[in-house]
Design a binder for this molecule. Sequence first.
Ligand code: NAD
Ligand code: UDP
Ligand code: UDP
Length: 341
Amino acid sequence: TEASHNVSSKPPPEPSPLRRAKFFKAKMRILVTGGAGFIGSHLVDKLMENDENEVIVVDNYFTGSKDNLKQWIGHPRFELMRRDVTQPLLVEVDQIYHLACPASPIFYKYNPVKTLKTNVIGTLNMLGLAKRVGARILLTSTSEVYGDPLVHPQEESYWGNVNPIGVRSCYDEGKRVAETLMFDYHRQHGIEIRIARIFNTYGPRMNIDDGRVVSNFIAQAIRGEPLTVQLPGTQTRSFCYVSDMVDGLIRLMEGDDTGPINIGNPGEFTMLELAEAVKELINPEVEIITVENTPDDPRQRKPDITKAKASLGWEPKVKLREGIPLMEADFRHRLEISGKN
Ligand code: NAD
Ligand code: UDP
Ligand code: UDP
């Protein structure tokens, strides 16, 4: 009788277990631009922990790497696309975490025009996408929108002190335009937006040679090279461990506040103090030297996180002295591998 069945008399096929699950469970499909990067890949790890989430990563691998996502490649709820956000993108998603943008000064100054295109055209495209599919979109803006701040600590209502024509402007002003675009799409088209102003973040998977201060000092201490404190050394930063950052970003996306909201760790250190801490924790033998700085380096930076506490119930948990050893383990592992090549 098998052979006598024709197409029209065939009963409808049983859906596969995967399709059945898809049919009955309301999955959330989430786009993460820049998901192969440092913060993005940790965010993907956290989103993938939830069985209800499907994650699509879009990245051009300028500063990110597939290696950061290797545990998810081939997973049925995960998809990785090599795309540039400056080109239009057609996907169907419920949420967009828009992170794509080089974050280290060395990389964003390398091709400043491209950095601007990524911030302006890239954000415009992601907003156009959000508008077409009705998705909620979160932008990872930066404490750099405050420039070299004249108000300390920085609260969200401060408009900033930014040089519009300097070597950092492609990044600072690029993010400021990205924030403007977000609010104009929100007001003009009713798009659901969220803006995080991220302060210096550190942790495993940072590029070893990307020039940012925590990665530089840790790599230098492990290699036994002098720690290069850029002059004057009294400039301050506040460092947030990446797991705290990811927690804050997800709370912001899921909450009701559009932001902008500062997400960062208010513990403030001078670069000399940071060097001393790295020396003490990783290699007490290492030398600390001072070197020339780059133009427009902000002299002080510390987030006021009153708003994040009140509106997201969020505050960072990992102290700098706890986070440095966690990052050291990852750096030792990767330096050992690259040392063997
Ligand atoms: P990262 O450089 O590790 O990640 C950025 C990712 O975006 C990389 O994977 C890169 O390949 C990708 N990318 C860059 N340009 C792209 C383009 N045109 N199209 C597609 N992909 C592109 O940096 P990160 O530290 O993970 O930063 C992530 C986000 O957080 C950025 O938007 C950054 O501005 C913001 N931020 C980071 C910090 C920090 O301290 N790390 C501070 C403030 C803001
Ligand atoms: N866009 C995109 N994906 C979409 C929808 C739009 O990349 O799914 C891009 C589109 O190419 C445009 C930008 O987003 O460059 C802004 O789109 P919008 O519809 O707001 O503006 P318009 O296309 O009318 O200029
Ligand atoms: N810095 C330093 N030594 C380094 C790299 C950076 O002293 O090897 C200083 C830099 O002058 C700045 C601070 O560390 O004052 C933070 O620089 P980073 O590039 O990490 O981040 P951003 O300037 O974007 O906050």
